[in-house]
Design a protein around this ligand. Structure first.
Ligand code: 26W
Length: 811
């Protein structure tokens, strides 16, 4: 913890402001005040950062490098203050100066360099590694434009570019002297030198990869790890690159633009693979820069390259950074002159891989033609890896060509990245128990039988520092007052909160805290979305990417049904509910965009109907992102986790909601199953098909959605309402949703699960009416959420996969 008192903080802040802006504090605006505070905090962090790097260089501890296309960090100021242990002092000092800390924190642009679950997981992992004293570095891309900003105009999603760097970024440090060169295109000349083959890359296009480092502060432990994001620049004119002919001026401009486009923008698809050349370029760009800089650092500090895997672990976050495997091979074989087999042993021991999805449409398969043209030497290496691997397969399964071609890395003119990732790493993990079982028994069963020891499960987690301590200070205080503060370092200790749930005063306080957070959320909704909602109603929330498998449509259909019931019977007795949605659709995903429009049309109709609008309200909150999630989650009563069973690999918002005392309505999918196992059936509301049932329908057929339409009057009515002009003058507006459910037989079992979903919601209504019982359920959820801290997850990765030295101080 940083030694600091209010007085010295105040003095330092006033000085910093003057120094930075050349005017006195009282004359400055909030943006300037934010910048001065950020800069002051950065100075504190820098001291810790230097100390940490010195320590790592001295002890030579094993370094973990977490390679990810996405890091969804959100805002950093509040987090840094919290982890430094000076957030309260800072808040009080600023108050003396008539400044509200939260006002300044809210000015920070979210660092939104990720799409959703995978990117946010990477951010939680960085926080946990730093807080657990694990030498862990992030490696990714410094996109100039992050994930787009979503505006809702006329009920439709409109995408606006996210120029997050416009006002500068106090947290990053450009390290021009640590730049690397990445080579694209060109040809490979093969020659023989001393009986060995030598590969020379000529006529390539060089790209300068410049790192920007951001410190990741650990929780009160004097550690600051590094997130290194690479930015693409043209190599300077003075750079002597004899093999690269940059030709005339126009050519040079073209070159500059093409290079800079590499780190220009984050692809906004998170479940759909498109074989775009630029994305392949992005992948090789950051992976090559990252691996080169690791090796350079390792050698500079006297490392013996043959022992690399003892000192370095590289983790690849899904298949996006899989080129780390052939890139490391290239460096070991071509540059370090190691034998292939030695290089392969080092590479596979160094690299480990996490799978985050089994959706077939998300699997990366690059066309050989494009790949070979863009990365000629890397292609040769992938070919060599594949040839040796197929020989191994041949020995194991002689004559079984079907199986061998099915398992091959290269086939049908495509390079299958998941196959390369499994073959080239020593560990393959899924992100929740069910997901890992599906990987082993179905999706990757061939590989599991070949390499049973590589496969393992690491159930996801979330950092309780951001998602409880920072975002819900009121609940944190109640927890500290009742069970002490050991849960901060040992989140599993939250369990003892269960002993206090017989105490009515505690239950009452839980209720008050929730109400307070709901009021805050209600005012955000009024400010951002111009809808007035009642904090006494049940806040029922589904926030996540919009996707057919996550079934926002199921949620919307039950609202349409409830609306019908309330109109038919004005005395229909329900606890008032506010239905809150949030989430972005990929710009090219028509059905997801149509779903947003449907929700907004249903919202408009219901919110303006005075017969029902004191009982139900519907809100689509625009521009869902990390900082908004921090406000929504503490103010939620009911967490909707309703994906088609087998489709959601884990889910992580489910964990955040539970930690903040929401009751989960869930299918038995992803980590929902493990949440249920923790809290028991009495404290969660489960509905829907089981995994076995879903898999059996997919395999054997037997489901006809139209039968449900014909036999269930409620279903018939709401499906007809989609296309009869009730919610939009244009009757064709929601035809794609109608067709998906009826004409194309409802791939995601929305209608099949409908009845059981309604029953689950009735159960929620009944449970909520018994205030004490409800608060007790919320308390049980909080008490059992500790296991879902990413500290637990990271400890499992560190000991089970990376071989880091772990001091078990946080368990
Ligand atoms: C090729 C385009 C693309 C981009 C991103 C395909 C797939 C992705 C990600 C793997 C999608 C993703 O974020 N998956 C989510 O990962 C979370 C963290 O493990 C899980 O909790 C979610 O269930 C999973 O959907």
């Amino acid at each position: 913890m940083l030694e600091m008192d209010k007085k010295s903080f105040k003095k330092a802040y006033v000085n910093k402001f003057l120094e930075m802006h050349g005017v006195e504090l009282k004359e400055g605006n909030n943006q300037q005040k934010y910048e001065a505070l950020g800069s002051l905090v950065r100075d504190y962090v820098t001291r810790i950062w230097l100390k940490t790097n010195k320590k790592y260089n001295k002890t030579g501890e094993k370094q973990v490098y977490y390679f990810s296309m996405e890091f969804l960090l959100g805002r950093l100021l509040g987090d840094a203050l919290l982890n430094l242990g000076i957030r309260d002092i800072c808040r009080e000092a600023l108050l003396d100066l008539n400044i509200k800390l939260e006002d300044l924190e809210n000015l920070e642009q979210d660092q939104g360099l990720g799409n959703g679950g995978l990117g946010r997981l990477a951010a939680c992992f960085l926080d946990s590694m730093a807080s657990l004293d694990i030498p862990g570095n992030g490696c990714g891309i410094r996109y100039k434009y992050g994930f787009f900003e979503q505006k809702i105009i006329d009920g439709k999603q409109v995408e606006v570019s996210d120029a997050w760097l416009k006002e500068g970024n106090v947290w990053e440090k450009r390290k021009a002297e640590k730049a690397e060169i990445v080579r694209f295109g060109g040809e490979i000349n093969v020659s023989e030198v001393d009986g060995n083959l030598k590969f020379t890359h000529v006529n390539f296009e060089p790209v300068l990869a410049v790192p920007y480092d951001t410190p990741i502060v650990g929780y009160e432990n004097e550690i600051a790890n590094t997130l290194r994001l690479w930015s693409a620049e043209a190599v300077s004119n003075e750079f002597d690159f004899s093999s690269f002919n940059r030709g005339d001026f126009l050519q040079a401009i073209k070159y500059k633009n093409s290079v800079e486009s590499i780190s220009q923008v984050l692809y906004p698809e998170d479940s759909f693979y498109e074989g775009k050349m630029l994305r392949l370029k992005q992948q090789y760009f950051f992976v090559s820069a990252g691996v080169q800089s690791i090796i350079r650092h390792f050698k500079k500090h006297g490392g013996n390259i043959e022992l690399l895997d003892e000192k370095v672990a590289i983790h690849i976050n899904d298949t996006h950074p899989t080129l780390a495997i052939p890139e490391l091979m290239r460096i070991l074989v071509d540059e370090e002159n190691l034998e292939w087999n030695t290089a392969w042993r080092i590479t596979t021991n160094t690299i480990s891989y996490t799978n985050h999805t089994i959706l077939a449409e998300a699997l990366e398969k690059w066309s050989v033609d494009m790949f070979q043209k863009l990365l000629p030497r890397i292609y040769m290496i992938v070919q060599e890896i594949n040839e040796r691997y197929c020989k191994e397969l041949w020995n194991k399964y002689p004559g079984n060509w079907d199986k061998i071609s099915r398992m091959s890395i290269i086939s049908d003119g495509k390079i299958k990245m998941a196959h390369l990732a499994v073959v080239g790493s020593h560990s393959v993990n899924g992100v929740a128990k069910l997901h890992t079982e599906i990987l082993k028994k179905k999706e990757m069963s061939d590989f599991y039988y070949l390499y049973p020891n590589k496969f393992n499960n690491k159930t996801n987690g979330i950092t309780h520092r951001r998602w409880l301590l920072k975002s819900n200070p009121e609940l944190t205080k109640l927890l500290k007052d009742t069970i002490g503060d050991s849960f901060i370092r040992h989140p599993i200790d939250l369990k003892s909160f269960e002993n206090h749930l017989y105490n009515e005063v505690v239950l009452e306080q839980l209720g008050k805290i929730k109400k307070f957070n709901k009021e805050r959320l209600a005012s955000t909704i009024l400010k951002n979305d111009n809808i007035r909602v009642d904090p006494n109603s049940i806040f029922d929330v589904q926030v996540k990417r919009i996707h057919a498998y996550k079934r926002q449509i199921l949620n919307c259909l039950r609202i349409m049904d409830l609306y019908n019931k309330l109109i038919d019977n004005p005395n229909y007795d329900i606890v008032p509910r506010t239905f809150i949605f949030g989430g972005k659709a990929a710009p090219g995903y028509y059905l997801a965009k149509n779903t947003i429009e449907l929700i907004n049309c249903v919202a408009r109709k219901i919110n303006n109907d005075s017969r029902v609008n004191d009982k139900i309200k519907v809100v689509f909150m625009q521009n869902y992102r990390v900082s908004l999630a921090e406000q929504i989650i503490p103010g939620t009563d009911v967490s909707e986790q309703i994906s088609t069973t087998t489709k959601e690999a884990s889910g992580t918002s489910n964990m955040k909601f539970m930690m903040n005392g929401a009751i989960t309505v869930a299918t038995l999918d992803g980590a929902n199953i493990e949440i249920k196992d923790e809290v028991t059936d009495d404290n969660i509301v489960i509905f829907g098909l089981t995994a076995d049932e879903v898999l059996s329908y997919y395999q054997n057929g037997g489901y006809k959605s139209v039968d449900i339409y014909n036999s269930d009057q409620r279903v018939k009515r709401i499906i007809d309402d989609l296309v009869n002009g009730k919610y939009h003058n244009d009757k064709n507006k929601f035809k794609s949703i109608y067709e998906n459910l009826i004409t194309y037989n409802d791939e995601f079992f929305v209608l099949k699960d409908f009845d059981s979903y309604l029953k689950a919601q009735d159960k929620v209504d009944t449970l909520y009416r018994d205030g004490n019982k409800w608060q007790k359920m919320c308390g049980v959820n909080i008490a059992h959420s500790g296991i879902f801290s990413s500290d637990r997850t990271i400890q499992e990765y560190a000991t089970g996969i990376w071989g880091s030295q772990v001091i078990y101080k946080n368990l």
